[in-house]
Design a protein around this ligand. Structure first.
Ligand code: COD
Ligand code: ATP
Length: 199
């Protein structure tokens, strides 16, 4: 079983691409979505975040105030690092467990926005980078999440520049508004199912 990492900057289209892999039968682990669930449920993360910020970072119903956390960490690199160091080991342990259940498929997809930044790319057999021009990505996220241009920019400033990611990627999916993405994903799916060969 191959572990395929899918990454890309904010708004590049990772989730959209992973949705196509899922339709083709691949198990997909969504690290960012799982991180959000674990921030609400895992007691070690909850205690750690309350220690760092105070109990106001959680709502009374026990859910994390993500908007508040985002406002604090994306403008402060050292706080972001502390939060990452708290959350990432728990997500990785959760993923290892998920693999024991889903690892019988020919390949699995591990989707994460900060696969390179976290260092977890080293555990992957191959890496797909999803790309789109920065202005396109910002426009997509502003429209999807109702964030401001500046809020999206501050997240981009905490992610590796595209040219650094390109150097470490095995495959690149161009998800601009002119390339068709489904054929690019279908070709990669064939390759991964056939052990690297295109038939
Ligand atoms: C800080 C949080 C609560 C803000 O929530 P919010 O709903 O506003 O944003 P959302 O989760 O939809 O993230 C949108 C995008 O922001 C960017 N982003 C998120 N976390 C990070 C981060 N730690 N570093 C850099 N960029 C990030 C990504 O491009 C992501 O796809 C949330 O982003 C979060 O939980 N981040 C941690 C995710 C994580 O650690 N993932 C990796 C697991 S190994
Ligand atoms: N080729 C495309 N053309 C037009 N819109 C697109 C395209 N690809 C993705 N989108 C839209 O852009 C937005 C961002 O895509 P998606 O959520 O897949 O990105 P992501 O990389 O997972 O984002 P994030 O890092 O913020 O989680 C979504 O609203 C999606 O529907």
């Amino acid at each position: 079983m191959k572990q395929i990492g899918v990454t890309g900057g904010i708004g590049s289209g990772k989730s959209t691409i992973c949705g196509i892999f899922r339709l083709l039968g691949a198990p997909v682990y969504e690290a960012d979505a799982e991180a959000k669930k674990l921030q609400d449920e895992n007691q070690d993360i909850k205690k750690g975040l309350i220690n760092l910020f105070g109990s106001f970072i959680y709502f009374e119903n026990g859910k994390l105030d993500r908007k508040k956390l985002a406002g604090l960490i994306f403008s402060d690199k050292s706080l972001l690092k502390e939060v990452n160091e708290l959350v990432h080991p728990v997500v990785h342990a959760h993923y290892e467990h998920w693999l024991t259940v889903n690892g019988r498929a020919p390949y699995i997809i591990y989707e994460a926005a900060i696969l390179f930044e976290s260092g977890f790319y080293k555990d992957m057999d191959e890496i797909i980078l999803v790309t789109a021009p920065e202005e396109t990505r910002i426009a997509r996220v502003v429209s999807r999440d109702k964030l401001t241009y500046e809020q999206v920019k501050s997240r981009i400033q905490n992610q590796w520049p595209e040219q650094e990611k390109r150097k470490l990627a095995d495959y690149i999916i161009e998800n601009n508004n002119s390339n068709l993405v489904i054929p690019q994903v279908v070709e990669l799916d064939k390759r991964f199912k056939n052990n690297g060969k295109i038939r």
